[in-house]
Design a protein around this ligand. Structure first.
Ligand code: PGA
Length: 249
C-alpha cells in the first residue's frame, strides 16, 4: 500500500514572517491529517529557518532544486551536502518552470536526479506535457522521454528511490486542473511503463499529481487508483488550504 504524500512547492513566494505563520499553522492542524505525509519545499534561502520552525514535527522538508555536482565552482547552485545539513529529505527536480524558463534539459535533470539519490535525498521528479503537446496527442511520448532520461542512465531501479510528480504544464498555476480521469490515465500509463520493466518498482513508486490541485478538487483526484498525492503550488501557501488537501486524502 502506497502512502499519500502532499508536498508544497512554495516557488519564489513568501517572507521570513509569512513562512513563520505558514509553518506554525501547518503544525497546529497536522494532527487532523490522518492519511497523508506532508512536506514543504521553501525557497532555498529560507530552508534553515523552516527547518528550525519544523523542529520535530512530522513535516518533510525539500529544496526546489539540487546541483548535479558535489561541490566546487558552480555559482548559484545548491550542493546535496548543504541541503542535508538542514535536514532536507526531498529535492524537486525537473520542474517545468526550470525546464522551460531556465532551459534545463532532460540530461541535466537526470544528472541532478542521480546526485540526489546518491546523496540520500529523495527526488520529487517532475514530468509533464505542455498544452501544445497534449493537443498534438504526444503526451505519452513526452512523459516517456522524460522518464527514459533517468531510466536509460541510471536503470529502472533508481525510480524506486524517487517520487514522480506528473504535472501537466497547462494546469500549473492556471486554475485549470486536469480532470481526475485525464490525470489517472497518464498516471496509469506511467505506472504501466515502469511495470513493463520492473513490477516491484512500479508498485512501490509514489506518483503525485500537480497542477492547480486545491481543497475543492483534491478528494476526487486523490481517490484515483494511481494518484498517490499532490505537488501543490498556489494552494500550499495558506495553512488552511494546504491542510485541507492533506485531510482530503
Ligand atoms: P500550482 O503549482 O498548484 O500552483 O498549479 C503546482 C506546481 O507547479 O508544482
Amino acid at each position: 500500500m502506497r502512502r499519500t504524500l502532499i508536498a508544497g512547492n512554495w516557488k519564489m513566494n513568501g517572507s521570513l514572517s509569512s513562512l513563520e505563520t505558514l509553518i506554525n499553522g501547518i503544525k497546529e492542524g497536522l494532527a487532523d491529517v490522518k492519511n497523508a505525509d506532508m512536506a514543504v519545499c521553501p525557497p532555498a534561502i529560507y530552508i534553515p529557518r523552516v527547518s528550525e520552525l519544523i523542529g520535530d514535527a512530522s513535516i518533510g522538508l525539500g529544496s526546489q532544486n539540487i546541483c548535479d555536482q558535489e561541490s566546487g565552482a558552480f555559482t548559484g547552485e545548491l550542493a546535496p551536502s548543504m541541503l542535508k545539513e538542514f535536514n532536507c529529505n526531498y529535492a524537486i527536480i525537473g520542474h517545468s518552470e526550470r525546464r522551460s524558463l531556465y532551459a534545463e534539459s532532460d540530461e541535466l535533470v537526470a544528472r541532478r536526479f542521480a546526485m540526489a539519490v546518491k546523496s540520500g535525498i529523495t527526488p520529487l521528479f517532475c514530468i509533464g506535457e505542455t498544452l501544445d503537446e497534449r493537443e498534438a496527442g504526444v503526451t505519452q511520448d513526452v512523459v516517456s522521454r522524460q522518464l527514459d532520461a533517468v531510466i536509460n542512465t541510471q536503470g529502472i531501479e533508481a525510480l524506486a528511490q524517487c517520487v514522480i510528480a506528473y504535472e501537466p504544464v497547462w494546469a500549473i498555476g492556471t486554475g485549470k486542473t486536469a480532470s481526475p480521469e485525464q490525470a489517472q490515465a497518464v498516471h496509469a500509463f506511467i505506472r504501466g511503463k515502469l511495470a513493463a520493466l520492473n513490477t516491484s518498482v512500479a508498485d512501490k513508486v509514489q506518483i503525485l499529481y500537480g497542477g492547480s490541485m486545491n481543497a475543492a478538487n483534491a478528494a476526487e483526484l486523490l481517490s484515483q487508483p494511481d494518484i498517490d498525492g499532490g505537488l501543490i503550488g498556489g494552494a500550499s501557501l495558506k495553512a488552511v488550504d494546504f491542510l485541507a488537501i492533506g485531510k482530503a486524502a
